[in-house]
Design a protein around this ligand. Structure first.
Ligand code: SF4
Length: 600
């Protein structure tokens, strides 16, 4: 696998790719003698050639010079105060730096925080860096991670060096890499958990960062470790997920899910494969090796594990993983394990830990935005009242761990001074929003602002009937996973007369865990001015069918098709009426502006 290409192989590959290079006005093809790529990439390109795939421009760039060998280019641009251009924009993402022009004239820097776990020292350090080198705030992402934005062209190296001193890596947090590992955020403190998955997150992250061959992926790849606790990390949305279970004999093992990608309409399939805890990392590496070898190198929209499974079939993919794993794969019967229940509200509020006398505090951050002062204050509170240990969640909230019983009141007072709280309406607690057009060039709508306004509107105009997740995502790249929200909102552009306005398509019926389903399109082309009353009408209409203590998701899952059709019809009529009331001509949607974009 580590042998260089033979001259015949190089000629074959160059012949295959020359036409597309010319058509895309690429610069001269890479000199084969200068190709210094890891064996995995060469083998993958050869396999792609055999499949008849023409390498994309990104694959050719990777061959030309390994992305991780390009730090000198990044440093030179920083010295000159320049932003990257053309292919360098993609290559810079290997270091976690995203040039966000034209949405913002700066870089977004995405970190790696395995499992979302972060210490008070790290959080205070990030706060200082956002103030000194970035825009004075950070976003908590749906991969339980932090992003800082508005980093100046001259500040990139200083920022990466400072993060390194905080033991925070950014390597491989963007582009074609394994992204931030997600995990149960209560690992090690949850009374319900089956296994503490923090060690798996750290080891997996370290293995990825230190193995050159694992940088040869055709596209991004998501991994989750679910220890079976109260708070879900939406395992089924990942390319690869390990979900803890206890078997009949009392041992904890991991069940393997493969191929999740909600933006492409699929949850991960339960393979019925089980992996013992001491073999999990090697198994994950084998899955990655199979993805590297068989992933599509000619079409980036098809270059995810889901499409390898569709092309080869799940049995063949599992056989390839087993061959790479070099050990027999264990399989379990469907009835042999008990899946732990999750608590959809446990990520907010004060809850007892497995350690007697200690509690964790789930702090609500609607839309996932943290100011410098809030980060600094949270770090200080975690130090003063807890153990200095915090965790970000895929619900864009933050958990402060290890708070003694008698410190809760003072801790909450400290939070209030920061404008934060451990209490929140169901609307605020369950509101998820991607970056939107405040910082992402793919966005069709200002998702974060709309999420804030929608939250306030619902709090003022509708009874809080319990858990409700609303996910606002700005484009089909689906960073906020609108298709697993109870209500999913996908940003779009709508033509109204001569105007091109922001709007949303509404999805219904999505969910995760025991309600794991992909939401379906319900109402299209809602102008942003009509968004709040439309969502209100939907919630009120659905909950008019609710039994006592029944959740929105439960009602939607129970309603018959004809009942849902009536609700849909009512919403569509209301929308038309609102349009006339506002003097708007008939609405005509145009295709999503960002449908052609592939964010990396
Ligand atoms: Fe940007 Fe689209 Fe991702 Fe939102 S979903 S952050 S608009 S790429």
């Amino acid at each position: 696998m580590n042998e260089p290409f033979t001259p015949e192989q190089v000629r074959y590959l160059e012949g295959l790719t020359a036409g597309i290079r010319l058509s895309r006005q690429q610069t001269a093809p890479p000199d084969p003698a200068s190709v210094s790529q890891p064996g995995a990439l060469q083998a993958a390109h050869l396999a792609a050639a055999v499949r008849g795939e023409t390498l994309t421009a990104e694959e050719l760039m990777k061959r030309e010079r390994h992305p991780l060998d390009r730090f000198d280019e990044l440093a030179q641009r920083a010295n000159r105060g320049e932003f990257p251009k053309a292919g360098d924009v993609f290559m810079t993402k290997y270091f976690g730096l995203f040039h966000t022009s034209p949405a913002q004239d700066g870089f977004m820097c995405r970190m790696r925080l395995p499992g979302g776990f972060i210490s008070s020292t790290q959080l205070a350090g990030v706060a200082e860096l956002t103030e000194r080198l970035a825009g004075g705030y950070a976003h908590v992402t749906t991969r339980a991670n932090l992003q800082v934005r508005q980093v100046g062209a001259q500040h990139t190296v200083k920022l990466l060096e400072a993060l390194d001193q905080l033991h925070i890596s950014t390597q491989g947090s963007g582009a074609d890499n394994v992204r931030n590992i997600t995990a149960s955020p209560l690992s090690g403190i949850d009374p319900l958990e089956l296994i503490d998955v923090r060690p798996f997150c750290k080891t997996m992250d370290f293995r990825i960062r230190t193995t050159r061959d694992l940088y040869a992926l055709p596209r991004k790849f998501n991994i989750a470790f679910d220890g079976g606790g109260a708070i879900s990390c939406v395992s089924e949305t990942n390319d690869l997920a390990f979900v803890a279970e206890r078997n009949d004999e009392g041992y904890v093992h991991f069940r393997v899910l493969l191929g999740g990608i909600t933006g492409h309409g699929d949850l991960a399939a339960d393979t019925r494969i089980t992996v013992l805890p001491d073999q999990v990392i090697d198994f994950a590496v084998s899955v990655l090796n199979v993805f590297i070898q068989h992933g599509d190198r000619g079409d980036r929209k098809q270059a995810r594990l889901k499409y390898v499974i569709e092309r080869l079939g799940l049995p063949a993919v599992i056989a390839a993983i087993e061959a790479d794993f070099e050990r027999p794969i264990l399989r379990s019967a469907p009835s042999s394990c008990v899946v732990q229940p999750t608590n959809r509200t446990a990520h907010i509020g004060i809850h007892p830990q497995q350690q007697a006398g200690l509690n964790y505090a789930g702090v609500c951050l609607t839309g996932g935005r943290l100011t410098t002062e809030q980060m600094r204050g949270l770090a200080e509170l975690a130090d003063r009242f807890g153990s200095g240990s915090l965790a970000l969640t895929v619900w864009q909230n933050i958990i402060v761990r290890d708070l003694p019983d008698d410190a809760i009141h003072a801790f909450q007072a400290g939070l209030a001074a920061l404008g934060l709280a451990t209490t929140a309406s169901s609307f605020a607690a369950g509101m998820i929003a991607c970056t939107g057009n405040q910082g992402c060039r793919f966005a069709n709508a200002d998702t974060k602002a709309h999420a804030q306004v929608l939250t306030s509107f619902l709090e003022q105009n509708i009874a809080d009937r319990g858990v409700l997740n609303i996910h606002l995502t700005g484009c089909p790249n689906s960073c906020a996973q609108h298709r697993i929200g109870d209500i999913g909102l996908l940003g779009t552009r709508i033509i109204v007369g001569d105007d091109d306005i922001e709007g949303y398509h509404l999805f219904l019926g999505g969910g995760y865990g025991s309600f794991a389903r992909i939401g379906e399109s319900f109402v299209a082309d809602i102008p942003v001015a009509a968004l709040n009353p439309t969502v209100q009408a939907l919630i009120e209409s659905v909950m008019s069918h609710a039994n006592p203590n029944e959740t929105f998701a439960g009602v939607v899952a129970r309603l018959e098709a004809r009942q849902l059709a009536l609700i849909k019809s009512m919403l569509t009529k209301r929308l038309a009426t609102q349009g006339m009331n506002q003097g708007m001509p008939a609405l005509t949607a145009k295709p999503s502006l960002s449908s052609a974009g592939v964010v990396s």
